[in-house]
Design a protein around this ligand. Sequence first.
Ligand code: EPU
Length: 417
Amino acid sequence: MQKLVIHGGTRLSGEVFISGAKNAALPILCACLLTNETLRIENVPHLKDVGVMLNLLKTIGVNITVDKKLGTTLTASHLSELVAPYEMVKTMRAAILVLGPMLARTGEAKISLPGGCAIGLRPVDQHIKGLQAMGAEINIRHGYIYARAKQLNGVRIVMDMVTVTGTENLMMAATLAHGTTILENAAREPEVKDLANCLISMGAKIYGAGSDVITIEGVKALHSTIYNVMADRIEAGTFLVATAASGGKVHLKGVGTDTLDAVISKLTQTGAAIKSGKDWIDIEMKGILNSVNFRTAPYPAFPTDMQAQFMVLNSVAKGTAIITETIFENRFMHVQELKRMGAHIEVEGNTAVVHGVNSLDGANVMATDLRASASLVLAGIIAKGETIIDRIYHLDRGYEFIEDKLLQLGAKIKRIN
Ligand code: EPU
């Protein structure tokens, strides 16, 4: 199993390019199932989760070519296997995203029910409830969702909670439904809007994506497109926090601040100086790093996917911070590892109280999920001495070329077997 070895104490400095967004690329790749014409998707990040999704689509019968720059062409003219098997869904929950488009296009889908995962229970009841409301017959047997529908029908769906992939699944299904679907209490995440823009470029009629009410007028068929995936706001946020926590100065390329308001506002409170343009962000941290309180919530509020990274920043900031996690019930797994590095953190339910200490100490730690892994990398960069992070396959699911990018910024980091 691979590990990362980091010698801490570097102030990050230099330039880094931000990759395409994992959580936009995954649903956009699934959109190929909605048409028999070819999709060309650009700026697809080089990630394990993307590889799993491409394998799943291949298994279903999609013809795929990937060029060196990861421009990906996908043609789903003949779907041979209308199944997402357990083996794939268990390694990547986003596989559930094939359900809506496959059912809408073919009238049939068999998808393994995802189990619980490291960060929470993560049921998919809203995906199922929405498709049933559109007329699908759904049975759960032997751990699989069996869905059938001769024709999906447009309907008004009020979602019980804000769900990102739930909104994406239903939005994709509704593009080919008969009549108009209205999704209320829809997720406003930029990745939902990016998917909607891709679908619109394929001929879908979607209004209001990016707001909490999305209206989709079903069309008979969708067509080919060329689409460029948006920049990864969470990768960008991770580099921004790493720079602030290490007292560095970094120029981010390929991303603006338009999807990062909540993160930028907290970074400014820590004392970081930030400037930005349409596709660049400069951050510089001088002087005292102040701690910041925050509460995770659906977009445009503070993202749960940045909670662990800000926890590291707070660990070495001046003062005491209160962090409340409201999206996932088990997303503090990094706390025990950070405590082993000398962080002073108390957890009570979904709240963590972080008392800033002068510095962290390098230690052997274990990555437990994707963003927790990123937080341990950040901790290793700012800690005194050597940190060895085990189980880094989590990191490869969501951060493209992470050690190359960090090396470029001066971090002392290497991968060992
Ligand atoms: N939920 C339900 N029922 C449902 C769907 C969701 O109860 O049918 C609950 C979940 O258990 C959770 C909350 O609703 O408590 C929000 O979950 P959501 O469905 O929004 O999460 P997701 O769509 O499974 C996506 C991202 C996550 C990100 C969350 C929240 C993708 C592929 N994944 O997950 O990304 O944390 O939205 O923003 O888009 C990551 O990249 O590290 C990651 C975990």
